[in-house]
Structures are given as structure tokens and as C-alpha cells.
Write a protein that binds this ligand. Sequence first.
Ligand SMILES: [Ca+2]
Length: 220
Amino acid sequence: MKKAGFLLAASFCTLSTMAQVTIFSDNLNSLSGNTPGYNFGDAVNFSHTYVAGVGVGGSVGARILSDFGGTNGFGGVAYQYQNGNVTRNSSANLSDYVLSFDAAVNKANGGFALILQNWSGTFFSGSFSQSAYPSEITLATPTVFQHFSINLSSFNPGAVPTGQTWQIAWQMDEFGYGGPGTGDQLIIDNVMVTMVSEPSSFALALLGAASFAFLRRGRV
Ligand SMILES: [Ca+2]
């Protein structure tokens, strides 16, 4: 009985460790200078930069700064995280992936749009696809990092997650901030994507052997 129990425990451990695969994980701490990104509309005095000290625990974080001073009535500035050589993302189902990150704003209910783009090949080559989170994500409490863990099934469909290039945009929007003086900053840190994988044949074989041993023991 002890042996069977051990085997069962061992097989479940194997299953649980193989169930989640880190596709990429970046604390941004080795980065500096301007980040990839873009701006549009009413954005003025904007920047998107890796800055030491603004991230979680005083580490490097990606800082988006902007005032919104134009007359278009809309505007935004985005930080883009880019990875052009993604491997191990074998599942085609968005629901098998979780995007996590930390975010902080300097205005109550400041927020951002979240957009995922994929290319089938490395470094923006091949066919393009994308998905967006269906609504603006807002943070009620300013100046405090909030951890987000979002299953990609909650995005609008479209993105093909097996692509080797991933680009994720956090787009600070004018309507989440208002005019000058209401808040001008969004910080992003600790970008990670994980995938739930099918249990490996080895783990399944181990589970099968353990179950068989358990059944044999039970019969005696
Ligand atoms: Ca960091």
C-alpha cells in the first residue's frame, strides 16, 4: 500500500509539474532606453521607456507617460512587449494560455487597453493575427501595483497563439485618464505567458503503472 501510494504521489507530482509550461517570462530588469510602442490622437509629452526604480520592488519597469492635450477627443500611448523567437507554445487554443503582469497607475480608475498580436514566423514574419481584451482594464487604487493573471480565452478570438512572434500592447488611453493634471503614468512589469500542456506520455505511463499497482494491492 505504501509503495502504491508513493507511486501515485510521484505520478501526480510529475503531472502537475508538466501541466504548466512557461512560454516566456521577463522581469524587464535587464532593459533600458525607449521601449517598443506607439502613440496616437491627443497624446502630448509622451514617452514609453524602461526606467530603473519604477518597477515592482524598485526594479526596472516599463513606464508610459503622457498628457492628453489635443482636441481629437481620443488618444493613447502604448508600451509593446515583443518576443520574436517564442518556442514551446504548441497549443492552438487561446484558453490554454495565461498572460500575467503587474500594473500600476497614478490616477484612480486609470487604465489601459490590452492587445495581443501574433505572427506565425520569427521576428514578425509569416501570417499575422490578433486578439484584444474586450474592455478597458482599470485600476481603482492608484500608485499600488496590481497583479493580473488573465486567461487568453477572455480575449476576443482571433490570435493564433502558436506563432513564434508575440507582441503585447498595454495602451494607456485618454478616456481612462482625462485631461492634463489628472494623471499621466502607467507602469508595467513582470510580463509572463504560461501554457497548460497535455500530460506527457511518460507521466501518463507512470500514472497507469501506479494505478495498476494500487489495484493489485487492493485485490489481495
Ligand atoms: Ca522589473
